[in-house]
Ligand binder design. Structure first.
Ligand SMILES: O=C1O[C@H](COP(=O)(O)O)[C@@H](O)[C@H](O)[C@H]1O
Length: 494
């Protein structure tokens, strides 16, 4: 699974942008509430962020939302006393929350703790907010999986209170950080960190005005997050850039039509290769007759897409490679870590003999349900067992249960825990088994020891562990294609 390509939507001006973002947010909440409760949304301060909340308050559609099932959080806060007009919370209350009245229970509103005797500094506020996040995390997560995380962006490219070159950018273990030297007043702030932002299902960045145009262009060209923090603001399922014409002015062609597709870039270096990307996609299209993706596979992918799952499954060419590997090792038992909508699972399952089995691990119950339904519809349901929950817990349970060894493992899940997943995968495999680990090149970012993205660091840790692991021989193959520049590791169990 790669990072989904950011989508860019350009609106005529800041007012229309705020109204359209409000309409989009309301529709998303109504859609989400048809199958999930509660829904978690992160609000942003800033000009467009607050204008969006005002537009939500003014929309009649706001009454279609069951606000008792919506939890509101903030991406950052100015560390100022309760009620201070410069607090993002104060502005949000005036713009929307007060208007919602009792429809929105007070317990659903999660502001950053303001300074008081108990909260003398930003660090204390950050610690308390992290505890609040943990208290609302599902399963053994550290924070809620935010359904929509809104971010404004400053002219310097900051998002939340993550400023260019500042230490909070590099925070990999804390969910929330204090900022004492904000270049934008006030200097004292508290902010969510990248690990939390990037765990959101959808990240929407809103920006208006000509002064934002250079930062919008840099972020969408995949600039280094150290100079343009907004380049690192991505959701697991969707990253949406909602901008006005003025803010879009420096995108190639002045708008989304010819904007570069940032794809799997990790913001390590500027991207100038959109013609190369077009060539990679063209080659994928040219070799499509050889890959010969069956209609059934397309149906599985279409069902995932209809259900709103992120468009980050493997390509058809990669799916065929999985099938060829499975057939080459005569696989009867396959372990997959990361089911998503079941597209790669389908390629693996149909390569098995009728008594073969894919055990596929998926964190998200919604994704698992979509995958199970699709696989059942293709007649492969009885060859696949989807285990729902944190992958590490499922893997440890398989180890503890003395699971029959696997012939092939495909690891395509969160990168932060890659080393642990692969360690268990090797333990669960027979000698001669293959373990394939996807997305380990990450646009070349993997070579950067100081890279602030915890996914890059997760891959680096995995590669170091694999290199030292005497149970396997391995290699990494770099790839380009419709999914951008990335690569996979292939390990053979001795
Ligand atoms: O200070 C802040 O600024 C940004 C962007 O604000 P804008 O007025 O330039 O749109 C905002 O996203 C952030 O939440 C806020 O604390």
């Amino acid at each position: 699974m790669s990072t989904p390509t950011p989508e860019i939507l350009v609106h005529p001006d800041a007012d229309v942008l705020a109204a359209a973002t409000a309409a989009r947010l309301l529709t998303r909440l109504v859609d989400l509430q048809s199958h999930r409760s509660p829904v978690h949304v992160v609000l942003t301060g800033g000009t467009v962020g607050i204008a969006t909340l005002r537009a939500v308050a003014q929309s009649p559609v706001r009454d279609a939302v069951d606000w008792s099932g919506v939890h509101l959080w903030w991406g950052d806060e100015r560390f100022l006393p309760d009620g201070d007009p410069d607090r993002n919370e104060t502005q949000a209350r005036a713009a929307l929350l007060d208007a919602l009245g009792e429809a929105l229970p007070a317990g659903n509103v999660h502001p950053f703790p303001a300074p008081c005797a108990d909260v003398p500094d930003g660090e204390t506020s950050a610690r308390r907010y992290a505890a609040e996040l943990r208290a609302h995390a599902g399963g053994d997560g550290l924070a809620p999986r935010f359904d929509v995380l809104l971010l404004g962006m400053g002219p310097d490219g900051h998002v939340a209170s993550l400023f260019p070159g500042h230490a909070a950018l590099f925070e990999a273990s804390s969910l929330v950080a204090a900022e004492h030297d904000s270049p934008k007043a006030p200097s004292e702030r508290v902010t969510l960190t990248f690990p939390v932002i990037r765990s959101a299902r959808e990240v929407w960045v809103v920006a208006a005005g000509a002064e934002k145009a250079p930062a919008v262009a840099r972020a969408l060209a995949g600039d280094d997050v150290r100079t343009t923090p907004a380049a690192g603001a991505t959701g697991t399922g969707r990253t949406l850039w909602l901008v006005d014409v003025a803010a879009a002015a420096q995108l190639p062609g002045g708008g989304p039509g010819s904007a570069p597709a940032p794809g799997s870039s990790e913001g390590l270096r500027p991207r100038s290769a959109s013609s190369a990307e077009r060539a990679w996609a063209a080659v994928d299209a040219f070799v499509a007759p050889l890959v010969d993706e069956p209609q059934t596979a397309r149906d599985v992918q279409a069902a995932a897409s209809d259900a709103g799952l992120p468009d980050i499954a493997v390509s058809a060419a990669q799916g065929r490679l999985l099938e060829l590997l499975a057939r080459s090792v005569g696989a009867r038992r396959i372990l997959e870590i990361g089911t998503l909508g079941g597209y790669s699972t389908w390629w693996l399952a149909q390569s098995l003999p009728t008594d073969g089995r894919v055990v596929s691990l998926e964190l998200e119950p919604d994704h698992a349900a979509v995958a199970s339904a699709s696989l059942a519809a293709t007649g492969l349901g009885d060859r696949v067992e989807v285990l729902v929950g944190p992958a590490l817990a499922s893997l440890d349970a398989l180890v503890a249960a003395g699971s029959e060894p696997f012939d092939l493992v495909f690891v395509d899940a969160d990168k932060q825990q890659l080393a642990a997943y692969t360690d268990r995968a090797i333990t669960l495999s027979r000698p001669g088994a293959l373990v394939m680990v996807d997305n380990v090149v990450r646009g070349g970012a993997v070579t950067d020891a100081d890279h602030p993205d915890d996914r890059v660091q997760g891959v680096r840790t995995f590669l170091a562990a694999a290199a030292a692991d005497e149970r396997v021989d391995g290699t990494v193959v770099q790839t380009v294609g419709e999914k951008g520049y990335d690569g996979f590791a292939l390990l053979r169990v001795r």
